[in-house]
Design a protein around this ligand. Structure first.
Ligand code: DAT
Ligand code: MG
Length: 214
């Protein structure tokens, strides 16, 4: 501990030892974007990337990309998923960390979308990577989320954008993810954003929350 003075950090900025890079991650602006299915997380992340130049990482996208890349890890993931089994949390987290480390020198901040989905994932992230600086809680009523998902279903081609699965997704969300919000609320890290308005209106609130970050 305490061996990473600013000089050695500067020298290693084009790479550096694992511990130096781990330290950089710990200091980076990490924002968790949390909210129910269809609340508008992806929509807001896209806008944040445009205005703030943050790096947007979605664990779903990372998993799909790893599989199509055909790496050894991708092949293992493909085998697990084609057996209908769950990808181990440790693997998802390692993928997320690798993606963050890859960008740590250039990223102005990280938007983590779709993770953590449950308390144990939040705890594992903190242990392995860092404590987030902010949790953006994109909050919409279940009626609004349902309406938006039904609209998205017309073009998304996503198998889970169906009225029948919406109830189950919502229940999983409330049971598993809301405790994550409570955990960070007790640390004073949550900004609750009303997502009922237009995407522009929501983005105004999102900007206020992000601008309060040092
Ligand atoms: N504030 C808003 N008002 C109206 N529609 C919105 C909206 N934010 C997002 N949408 C639309 C875009 C999508 O078709 C759908 C779901 O948005 P999304 O960004 O994909 O949600 P999420 O990533 O949280 O699942 O709703
Ligand atoms: Mg999304």
């Amino acid at each position: 501990m305490g061996c990473g003075n600013s000089k050695s950090a500067a020298i290693s900025s084009a790479g550096g030892s694992d511990s130096v890079r781990d330290n950089k991650l710990k200091k980076s602006k990490i924002v968790f974007v949390v909210g129910g299915p269809g609340s508008g997380k992806g929509t807001q992340c896209e806008r944040i990337v445009g205005k703030y130049g943050f790096t947007h990482l979605s664990t779903g996208d990372l998993l799909r990309a790893e599989v199509t890349s055909g790496t050894e890890r991708g092949q293992r993931l493909n085998a697990i998923m084609s057996r209908g089994e769950l990808v181990p949390m440790e693997t998802v987290l390692q993928m997320l960390k690798d993606a963050m480390l890859f960008k740590v020198d250039s990223a102005k901040g990280f938007l983590i979308d779709g993770y953590p989905r449950e308390l144990s994932q939040a705890e594992a992230f903190e242990k392995k990577i860092a404590i987030p600086k902010l949790v953006l809680y994109i909050n919409a009523s279940s009626e609004t989320m349902m309406e938006r998902l039904m609209n998205r279903a017309k073009t998304s081609g996503r198998a889970d954008d169906k009225a029948e699965t919406f109830k189950a997704r919502l229940q999983t969300y409330y049971e598993a993810t809301e405790p994550v919000v409570q955990r960070y609320d007790s640390k004073g890290l949550v900004k609750k954003i009303s997502a009922e308005g237009t995407a522009d209106e929501v983005f105004k609130l999102v900007c206020e929350a992000l601008d309060s970050l040092k």
